[in-house]
Ligand binder design. Structure first.
Ligand code: KG4
Ligand code: ZN
Length: 337
């Protein structure tokens, strides 16, 4: 069965065709990130106008790359939240129009849950129940996943998301947007403990806090620059950012492993843009081995927002009887699990 996936929650416009939840036939992604770079972050109005202009072309291309005609689509899966409201509206309206015109069933998919799907495209798949960690620009959410539609939130950031902090710190260091990939590339293992920066952790469950470390890093930079009367040198920047990144990735990995132990699950699935981070991948993989856990990391091309995981998850939800109506709305915040 061919599922058409549509994702437009942030600055990407993505349409994919996935067969039986397992085989990606196409996964077309058009990003407007280049336009947003000069503003230092995503401008919602620009993102949604671009999506409105291009979604039809991305759809046509996804069908052409998959080599199918639109009549062959079995169902349409679309992200209806959480995300930018204008952006979501474009994808959801497009999906509803298609579902009506083609007389195909519609399945709404949660953006965050879709981030946990990429390992299901592989031969060796996670086993339920597993812990799912969504680590992205907008969310740092930890879930206990009992099935594709039985998901409970067990921890989250109390303030900034991990990716958001990468972006904000990079911005204050004049490193451009998005900041995660730049800080990742600057990482020097010899400097991972050059500075002591701590993330917040709470004793009640598996909640974290990243706004304190963001302020500490920016404050430290300003203090040193004031003392030396000059901007930080490249090596000072690299040392500070390596220590910052180390603290973030260690905190996330520690939280994931502790939750897996507490909930007595073997498998940990991580998805979202920050999962592309090389040091994070090393740290969580080593920590999982030490605790006899299995870790499944989204492959690099599927860490960020795209429609293939939406179609993949949509397939399983469809099989389980989920259907959405053209009267269902969009959610800028996370709909109830
Ligand atoms: O999942 P995503 O593409 O969009 C959201 O749903 O938010 O995540 C984007 C976030 C940005 O904050 C970006 O800086 C971060 O993922 N990111 C990274 C890396 N690549 C992207 N963070 C750390 N290391 C990376 N290599
Ligand atoms: Zn996302």
């Amino acid at each position: 069965m061919y599922i058409l996936g549509i994702e437009s929650s942030c600055d990407e416009t993505s349409v994919a065709v996935v067969q039986d939840g397992a085989k990606i036939l196409s996964n077309c992604i058009l990003s407007s990130v280049r336009v947003h770079k000069r503003f230092g972050g995503v401008v919602p109005e620009i993102a949604s106008r671009r999506q409105y202009d291009y979604i039809d072309r991305v759809y046509q291309r996804a069908l052409a790359e998959a080599g199918i005609r639109q009549e062959q689509i079995g169902a349409i899966a679309v992200v209806n939240g959480p995300g930018l409201i204008g952006s979501l509206l474009v994808g959801v309206s497009f999906a509803k129009a298609l579902a009506t015109a083609l007389r195909k069933p519609l399945v709404c998919v949660n953006h965050l849950y879709a981030h946990l799907y990429p390992p299901f495209f592989k031969k060796t798949r996670p086993r339920f129940p597993f812990l799912g960690f969504v680590i992205s620009g907008g969310h740092t959410h930890l879930y206990l996943v009992k099935d594709f539609d039985t998901i409970t939130l067990v921890g989250k950031t109390r303030d900034d998301a991990a990716g958001e902090v990468f972006d904000k710190v990079a911005r204050s260091f004049d490193l451009g947007y998005p900041g995660g990939p730049v800080i990742d590339a600057l990482y020097d293992p010899a400097q991972k403990a050059a500075f002591t920066f701590k993330c917040g952790q709470f004793l009640d469950g598996f909640n974290t806090s990243f706004s304190g470390i963001k302020t500490a890093v920016i404050f430290k930079k300003d203090t040193i620059e004031r003392q030396q009367g000059n901007p930080l040198t490249a090596s000072q920047k690299a040392a500070m950012l390596s220590s910052f990144q180390e603290s973030i990735v260690q905190t996330i990995a520690r939280t994931a492993i502790a939750a897996a132990v507490r909930y007595k699950v073997r498998d940990i699935v991580c998805g979202g843009g920050v999962v592309a981070n090389k040091r994070f991948r090393e740290v969580i993989t080593a920590a999982a081995i030490a605790q006899h856990k299995r870790v499944f990391l989204s492959e690099l091309s599927l860490c960020s927002d795209s429609a293939a995981p939406v179609a993949g998850l949509g397939y399983h939800l469809f099989r389980k009887g989920h259907r959405s109506s053209i009267h269902d709305g969009v959610f800028s915040t996370q709909p109830a699990a």
